[in-house]
Design a binder for this molecule. Structure first.
Ligand SMILES: Nc1ncnc2c1ncn2[C@@H]1O[C@H](COP(=O)(O)OP(=O)(O)OP(=O)(O)O)[C@@H](O)[C@H]1O
Length: 211
């Protein structure tokens, strides 16, 4: 998906979080959205996903040359973030069956192969509520990485992952990024070292912000 941001700005109450952002995010590109805590990385991802309205400027989306309306962006979006909750009252198998009804997996990937990719075979019939935080994070990432979605947004993707989990993420994000538009918010170089572009949110902030 091609995303064109033009003069994009977001303000909460009196505080501008970012302003004057003009940039194209192209299919096949991976952009690391960087900045210190509270800089506005998640706010930018939420704005680009269409979940937050920009205060000023425009965002336009297109897929294979055809415009996509902002209200249709969720159909093409896979998003993993610490603040996006899983349906914890379901078992893993129930959750995957439910989720993939409206967010299908990539061609060639099945629920069974995804369970195996996520190393969650022993947890197939367990309630997601009982998963460890690292298991939940592998599940969130697996659902996003292996979704059949041309726009992939990852917010702090290695949250709660141990060293093995980080290596797992690095392998699978590389295996699934081809052709997609990927934006990734991070403070951790191991999360974004494969990205070909960087966007420093603080480059789009003018005066001091009140917090
Ligand atoms: N819904 C909201 N209403 C008001 N202010 C908000 C809202 N959401 C975020 N903010 C403020 O916007 C600023 C940017 O927050 P954001 O979560 O985007 O930063 P971040 O760079 O992702 O931070 P972190 O690295 O800590 O996750 C913060 O000052 C935050 O308090």
């Amino acid at each position: 998906m091609l995303i064109d941001a033009n003069g994009l700005g977001k303000r909460f109450q009196r505080d501008w979080i970012f302003r004057g952002l003009t940039r194209a995010f192209r299919p096949g590109s991976a952009t690391a959205v960087l900045g210190p805590n509270g800089a506005g990385k998640s706010t930018l991802l939420n704005t680009i996903s269409g979940q937050l309205l920009p205060t000023e400027g425009t965002l336009s989306y297109s897929l294979a040359g055809r415009p996509v309306a902002v209200e249709d962006v969720p159909r093409y979006l896979a998003y993993a973030a610490p603040y996006l909750e899983l349906l914890e009252e379901l078992t893993l198998l129930e959750l995957l069956r439910f989720h993939t009804r409206f967010k299908p997996l990539r061609p060639g990937c099945t629920i069974e192969s995804l369970i195996s990719i996520m190393y969650l075979e022993p947890a197939r019939q367990r309630l997601v509520r009982e998963f460890s935080s690292g298991m939940k994070q592998r599940l969130k990432l697996g659902l996003a990485l292996y979704a059949d979605a041309p726009l992939l947004l990852l917010d702090e993707p290695t949250t709660n992952l141990d060293a093995t989990g980080v290596a797992w993420y690095q392998e699978h994000v590389r295996a699934t990024r081809a052709g997609r538009t990927l934006l990734l918010s991070s403070n951790v170089p191991a999360e974004y070292d494969f990205c070909d572009e960087q966007l420093l949110v603080t480059d789009f902030q003018s005066g001091p912000k009140e917090r």
